[in-house]
Design a protein around this ligand. Sequence first.
Ligand SMILES: CC(C)(COP(=O)(O)OP(=O)(O)OC[C@H]1O[C@@H](n2cnc3c(N)ncnc32)[C@H](O)[C@@H]1OP(=O)(O)O)[C@@H](O)C(=O)NCCC(=O)NCCS
Length: 202
Amino acid sequence: MNRPTLQTQRFILRPLQASDTAHMAEVIFGDPDIGWRFGLVADTSSPDAILETTAHWIEEANSNWAAKGWGAWAIQPRDGNVTSEHPFLGFCGFFDPDPPIEDHELAYGIAKARWGQGIATEAATAALAFLFQETETRQAETVCHPTINLGSSRVLQKAGMRLRGQIDYCGSVAAGHGLFNHFSIDRATWLNRQASTLPSSR
Ligand SMILES: CC(C)(COP(=O)(O)OP(=O)(O)OC[C@H]1O[C@@H](n2cnc3c(N)ncnc32)[C@H](O)[C@@H]1OP(=O)(O)O)[C@@H](O)C(=O)NCCC(=O)NCCS
C-alpha cells in the first residue's frame, strides 16, 4: 500500500521516515518528560542509545505500512512553517500492540513546546478516520496511566475512544506502576459517532 499523507484543518500528517530520527530523538524520546512514557528508552543519559532506539522504532513503525497498510505519521503544520531545525511537531499513528492489547495500538507524542494547542486531538482524530475509512480494521485500542497521563486520557476521549476499564499493561503492576486505563473504539462506534456529528439536513 502507498504511504498516505493526511490533511487536517491545521496539519499535514506524513508518514515517518528514517531521516526523522534525529529530530524525533531530540524532541520526543530524548525529552525526559516524554520518552519514558513509551517504555522504550531505558538509558536516557546516553544520546547514542536514544538515537539507536529511535531509529529502530521508526524502522519498525514503517515496516507496517508495507506489510499491513497502516503505520505512523509525523505531524507538520499546513502553513509550511517547517525548517530543518523544526521539521515536525510530533507523531501519531498505529503500532503493533503489546499484550494484553490485541488490536492496533494508537500512540502519539507532541514536542513539549507545543503542548496544549489541540495538536494531539486533531492528529488522533484524523488517524482514527484513516483507520476506519481506508482499512478493514475492526478496532483500535490504547492505554495510558490514569493519574500521570491525564492529558492523554482527555485526548483519547475527545477523539472518540471509550474507557473500557483498567489492565495490567506489560507487567506495569509488578513494575510498581499500577494498572493502566484501557481505551478502545470499534468500527461501529466510530461510524455512529461520525453520523451523529454530521450537520443535520433539516
Ligand atoms: C499527552 C499529549 C500527547 C497531549 O498533547 P496535546 O497536543 O498537548 O493535547 P491537546 O492540546 O490535544 O489536549 C487535549 C485535551 O487534553 C487536555 N490536556 C492536555 N494536557 C493535559 C494535562 N497534562 N493534564 C490535563 N489535561 C491535559 C487539554 O486541556 C485538552 O482538553 P480540553 O480541550 O478539554 O481543554 C502531550 O502532552 C504529550 O506528548 N505527552 C507526552 C507523550 C504521551 O504522554 N503520549 C501518550 C502516551 S499514552
